[in-house]
Write a protein that binds this ligand. Structure first.
Ligand SMILES: Nc1nc2c(ncn2[C@@H]2O[C@H](COP(=O)(O)OP(=O)(O)OP(=O)(O)O)[C@@H](O)[C@H]2O)c(=O)[nH]1
Ligand SMILES: [Mg+2]
Length: 225
């Protein structure tokens, strides 16, 4: 049997208006390259990159969605399996920033509740054309309790940092969940014994199983695409 070359599989998703640079951000991360020609993504595409974090080999399967409205139905069908989502706007395009609230609503509607989100203000190499101040990006990120980076796919600013930080946040969350699950398994039943105790214990172990289920769902979705 072929040897598995990674310890964990994380599925990430890039969303945001057409032209903000999602494909370029991903291309910079996966191939360390940049293209000035704008070839708008049709539907959805993905790239794989394996990184090492905390001694674990993590395979990142990164889905790059089309920003054009006509692909809305197909792209939103990919939200569910994502463990991390990068919302991208263009610092030289005010509309793309205003639309971040729309993209956040799409996440609420279509993604898993515990998905890790991150906001990216891309094209920060174009300071002379900037229309969205950095403070505005920071503010909306703070309001939603998510991380924020200004990036440039062209000048290679903060691209690797953004992906690795998102992967680290997912890893930390998964670690916390499995530690909590282990603790619950080791703990004896509740000190008081009333009729509801077994139900309660059962619902706690369900939480532990649902983390495994999330990983399994992610893997199944990978195999089915
Ligand atoms: N100056 C500059 N241009 C960029 C940067 N990132 C992307 N671009 C340019 O912006 C245009 C759009 O980039 P894409 O990555 O194709 O945009 P997208 O978000 O994938 O667009 P859709 O696939 O239509 O959703 C291209 O001409 C890129 O060269 C950047 O960091 N700096
Ligand atoms: Mg694209």
């Amino acid at each position: 049997m072929a040897k598995k070359t990674y310890d964990l599989l994380f599925k990430l998703l890039l969303i945001g208006d057409s032209g903000v640079g999602k494909t370029c951000v991903l291309f910079r991360f996966s191939d360390d390259a940049f293209n000035t020609t704008f070839i708008s993504t049709i539907g959805i595409d993905f790239k794989i990159k394996t990184v090492e974090l905390q001694g674990k080999k993590i395979k990142l399967q990164i889905w790059d969605t089309a920003g054009q409205e006509r692909f809305h139905t197909i792209t939103t069908s990919y939200y569910r399996g994502a463990m991390g989502i990068m919302l991208v706007y263009d610092i030289t395009n005010a509309k793309s920033f205003e639309n971040i609230s729309k993209w956040l609503r799409n996440i609420d509607e279509h993604a898993n509740e515990d998905v890790e989100r991150m906001l990216l203000g891309n094209k920060c190499d174009m300071e002379d054309k900037r229309v969205v101040p950095k403070a505005k990006g920071e503010q909306i990120a703070r309001e939603h309790g998510i991380r924020f980076f200004e990036t440039s796919a062209k000048a290679n600013i903060n691209i690797e940092k953004a992906f690795l930080t998102l992967a680290e946040d997912i890893l930390r969350k998964a670690g916390r969940a499995s530690a909590a699950a282990e603790q619950q398994q080791q703990q004896p039943s509740f000190t008081h014994t009333n009729a509801h105790t077994p139900t309660h214990t059962h619902s706690l172990s369900l939480t532990a199983n649902s983390n495994r289920l999330a990983l399994l769902t992610c893997l199944m979705s990978f195999l089915s695409h």
